[in-house]
Design a protein. Structure first.
Length: 314
């Protein structure tokens, strides 16, 4: 039998409609991998309940009483997927860690292949979608826009990769060295720099329930990624300030010339347009600076990233 312990970490939020199925399928996968000698018998699947308001935690607890390979980390409130994943990584000890969404839209049967790739001297194995046929047109469009924006900002992340990945014990130890509190794991994991591999799969449709990643949450995640890994917005302010200074100087020269030649045009239109333009630039610049200052404030406060209510079978 293998002596490689695997922990599958699945964050969940209000997933009572599908969580029973997820527990059953991931438990079955563990048994198959243990019987095949791919992983050790003390491997487990750990669900991180991210402050669910339904019966998600209750269902997991009932399953954990029947199967000791099912563990639960119950957070006190909804901290967000990134922090739920981090809680799972921090509270478990293993040789291999696989993170996957609890809705199992990702091809969880590829976890065995991920472990095999890790045994071939890969510290990180990324699960990447081949295509996004199951997504709506709007979601496909926003996903493409997200990755193009990340590339434009100089942020290096895997395209069509979400949170389905394998990390070795070595990779997780490197991950824990990142002390930042504003978390974008896709970017952080990419910046670890260890040897990696990709596995491609077809994403399936959600069997039950609704996605918890609404448009505001996706926009928030994108903004977190930008402010955590790129200073381009701040440089944009510098460039914009330089260009507006040139425009201002041109307007000033034009105004003085008009005054000296006595053909200045009366009226408020040009004045109002100029004031509105520069006020817009100033307010936008202050807003971007304020966002970065808020990130600094979060880092300086040093508040806990998550709070644990209880754990089961850890």
């Amino acid at each position: 039998m293998s002596n490689n312990k695997l922990v599958i970490i699945a964050p969940c939020y209000n997933e009572e409609e599908i969580i029973g199925y997820s527990v059953e399928q991931l438990s079955m996968l563990l048994d198959i991998m243990i019987n095949d000698g791919i992983i050790s018998s003390d491997s487990r699947v750990c669900f991180v309940n991210d402050g669910s308001k339904d019966k998600t935690a209750e269902i997991i607890i009932n399953c954990s009483k029947k199967n000791k390979k099912v563990a639960l980390i119950d957070l006190t409130r909804n901290f967000g997927q990134q922090y739920a994943l981090l809680a799972g990584l921090n509270l478990n000890e293993a040789d291999y860690y696989v993170t996957i969404d609890a809705d199992l839209q990702d091809d969880y049967m590829l976890i065995a292949d991920m472990v095999k790739k890790a045994k071939e001297d890969c510290d990180i194995v990324y699960g990447c979608r081949k295509r996004r046929d199951t997504d709506t047109f709007f979601k496909r469009f926003t996903a493409r826009l997200f990755y193009k924006l990340m590339n434009l900002m100089g942020i290096n992340i895997r395209e069509n990769h979400s949170e389905f990945r394998l990390l070795t014990k070595n990779a997780v130890s490197k991950l824990k060295e990142f002390g930042e509190r504003t978390i974008f794991l896709r970017g952080i994991v990419q910046n670890i720099g260890l040897k990696s591999a990709d596995i491609y799969y077809d994403c399936t449709e959600r069997l039950a329930g609704k996605t918890k990643y609404t448009l505001p949450k996706l926009i928030g995640l994108a903004w977190t990624a930008i402010t955590s890994f790129s200073v381009l917005p701040l440089r944009f302010i510098t460039i914009t300030g330089f260009l507006t200074s040139i425009i201002s100087a041109s307007i000033l020269i034009y105004a003085i010339r008009s005054y000296l030649k006595h053909y200045s045009i009366p009226g408020w239109t040009s004045i109002i347009m100029t004031i509105a333009f520069f006020c817009g630039i100033i307010i936008m610049s202050l807003g971007i600076i304020g966002e970065y200052l808020s990130m600094i404030l979060i880092e300086v406060k040093g508040r806990p990233l998550y709070q644990i209510n209880k754990t089961v079978n850890l």
